[in-house]
Design a protein around this ligand. Structure first.
Ligand code: NAD
Length: 424
C-alpha cells in the first residue's frame, strides 16, 4: 500500500470527469485511467571507483490515442522510495495525457525517470553519463520520434537529452533523430522560446482570464510565488501586458512592494545577492501574507501544496494562475470556488512548456526551424484556445475550471479512442 498514492489521485480525477460527462462504463473508466505500459528497468553502472551499482528506472506510457507519448524524465528519489516513484511516474504520465489534450497538440502522455538524486549523491559527470546512456539503452525500444518523445524534468537538462538522443541514434544504425527527444540545446535541434515557454504560457492564460472577468490588466496587480524559471517569466510577460508585479518569493523568504517593481530590477538584485529578500523598498512578509495579499492575480509558481484551506479562506485575489504543479490542496478548491476566484489549473497554466516541446519536435521532423516569434505565436494560439474551450465548458456545466479542463481533456481523448476502437 503506497501512502498518499499519486496515481490514486490521478485516477480519481479521471473518474470525477467521467461522472460529469456521464460515462458509467467501468471498462472505459479503467481504460482512461490506467497507463498502457509501465516499463521498469535495471541499469547497472560501473562507478568511478570500479564498483558496479544498480539503479532502477521507469517509463510509464499512459495514453497514445491522440499521438506519441510525451513527457519528462526525472532523476529523483522521492521519500516513498522506488515503489512510490513508480506510482508517481504513472500519475504524471496520466496528467501529461490530459495536458496535451487540453491545448490540443497531437501527443499523448508519458513520464519516466531514474530513482537517484544526482545532487545529494554527488555523481560525477562521467557516472551520470553512463547512467543516462544505460537508461537510454534500456528504454530505446519503446521510445522514438513516432512512439514516445521524452523531455527534461526534475534534475535533468539539455545535456542528458543530448546523450539520450545520441545513444538512440547510434543504436539505430547511427541515424540522426533529433525528434526522439525535446528540451535539447539549440545547437542540437532545440527550439527557441523553450526557456520562457512556461511563464509565457501562464501569462497568455492570465490575459484570457482577465478578459473573461473584465479585469483591465493595465491596472492589475500581480503576486508571484517563487522567482525561478516559471514565475519570473510569467512576471516578465505580465509586466509587458501592463500589469504591476507587487510580490515575489524564493526559498529564503517573501517580499511585498505595494507600488510595484520592475521584474528586471528584482532579477538584477537576486543575481547579486542570491535572494529577493532585502530588495530596496520592499517589505519582508511571511508566505501566508504573500499568498493572501490583496491583488488581482496570484501566480503560485514555485512549489506544490501551498494553498491550504486556511490560506484559501483569506485569499484576496481574483485569478489564480497555477504555474507550479499542484500548488493547491484539494480541500482548498471548494473554498476558492465559493469565493468566485477563477483558477487556471496547472495542467493548463503551465502547458506552455509542453506546447513548445511539441513545436520543437515538429521542427525536428521538418528539418526547418522557426524564429522565436513564430514559435511563441503558435503556442499562443493553442493555449488561448485551450483556455477558451475550458472556460466555455466550465460555464456550460457550472463547474470550476479545474474540473472543466479535465472534462475537456477526457472528452478529446475519448473521441480519438472511439475512432480507433480496440485492436488486437
Ligand atoms: P525553478 O527551480 O526555476 O524555480 C523554483 C523557484 O521556487 C525558485 O525561485 C526557488 O527559490 C523557489 N522556492 C523554492 N523553495 C521555496 C519556498 N519554500 N518558498 C518560496 N519559493 C521557493 O523551477 P521552475 O522550473 O520555475 O518550476 C517551478 C514549478 O513550475 C514547479 O512546480 C514545476 O514543476 C512547474 N513547472 C515548470 C515548468 C518549466 O518549464 N520550468 C513546466 C511545467 C511546470
Amino acid at each position: 500500500m503506497i501512502k498518499n498514492d499519486p496515481f490514486a489521485n490521478a485516477t480519481k480525477q479521471v473518474n470525477d470527469a467521467c461522472d460529469i460527462i456521464g460515462i458509467k462504463d467501468k471498462g472505459i473508466r479503467e481504460y482512461l485511467a490506467m497507463p498502457n505500459k509501465v516499463l521498469r528497468v535495471k541499469i547497472p553502472v560501473k562507478m568511478d571507483d570500479g564498483k558496479i551499482r544498480i539503479f532502477t528506472g521507469f517509463r510509464s506510457q499512459h495514453n497514445n490515442d491522440r499521438g506519441p507519448y510525451k513527457g519528462g524524465i526525472r532523476y529523483f528519489n522521492p521519500e516513498g522510495g522506488v515503489e512510490y516513484m513508480e506510482r508517481e511516474v504513472m500519475a504524471l504520465s496520466s496528467w501529461m495525457t490530459w495536458k496535451c489534450a487540453i491545448v490540443d497538440i497531437p501527443l499523448g502522455g508519458g513520464k519516466g525517470g531514474i530513482y537517484v538524486n544526482p545532487k545529494t549523491e554527488k555523481l560525477s559527470e562521467s557516472e551520470l553519463e553512463r547512467l543516462t546512456r544505460g537508461f537510454a539503452f534500456k528504454i530505446s525500444e519503446i521510445i522514438g520520434p513516432g512512439k514516445d518523445i521524452p523531455a527534461p524534468d526534475v534534475y535533468t537538462t539539455g545535456r542528458e537529452m543530448t546523450q539520450i538522443m545520441d545513444t538512440y541514434g547510434k543504436l539505430n544504425g547511427n541515424i540522426s533523430t533529433p525528434g526522439v527527444i525535446t528540451g535539447k540545446p539549440i545547437s542540437m535541434g532545440g527550439s527557441l522560446a523553450r526557456n520562457v515557454a512556461t511563464g509565457l504560457g501562464a501569462a497568455y492564460c492570465v490575459r484570457e482570464a482577465a478578459k473573461a472577468l473584465k479585469i483591465n490588466l493595465k491596472t492589475a496587480k500581480v503576486v508571484l510565488q517563487g522567482f525561478g524559471n516559471a514565475s519570473t517569466y510569467a512576471g516578465i510577460y505580465l509586466e509587458k501586458m501592463g500589469a504591476k508585479i507587487i510580490g515575489a518569493s524564493d526559498s529564503k523568504g517573501s517580499i511585498l512592494f505595494e507600488k510595484g517593481f520592475p521584474v528586471s530590477k528584482l532579477m538584477e538584485y537576486k543575481e547579486k545577492t542570491g535572494s529577493v529578500v532585502g530588495f530596496p523598498g520592499s517589505k519582508k512578509v511571511s508566505t501566508e501574507e504573500l499568498l493572501t495579499a490583496k491583488c488581482d492575480v496570484l501566480v503560485p509558481g514555485a512549489l506544490e501544496n501551498q494553498i491550504t484551506a486556511k490560506i484559501a479562506q483569506n485569499l484576496k485575489c481574483k485569478i489564480i494562475a497555477e504555474a507550479a504543479n499542484g500548488p493547491t490542496l484539494p480541500e482548498a478548491d471548494p473554498i476558492i470556488e465559493q469565493k468566485k476566484i477563477l483558477v487556471i489549473p496547472d495542467i493548463l497554466a503551465n502547458s506552455g512548456g509542453v506546447c513548445i516541446s511539441y513545436l520543437e519536435w515538429v521542427q525536428n521532423n521538418m528539418g526547418y526551424y522557426w524564429t522565436f516569434d513564430e514559435v511563441a505565436n503558435k503556442m499562443e494560439t493553442n493555449i488561448t484556445k485551450g483556455f477558451k474551450d475550458a472556460y466555455a465548458l466550465s460555464k456550460k456545466h457550472k463547474i470550476d475550471m479545474r474540473k472543466a479542463t479535465m472534462v475537456l481533456a477526457v472528452e478529446r481523448v475519448l473521441e480519438a479512442f472511439n475512432q480507433k476502437g480496440i485492436w488486437p
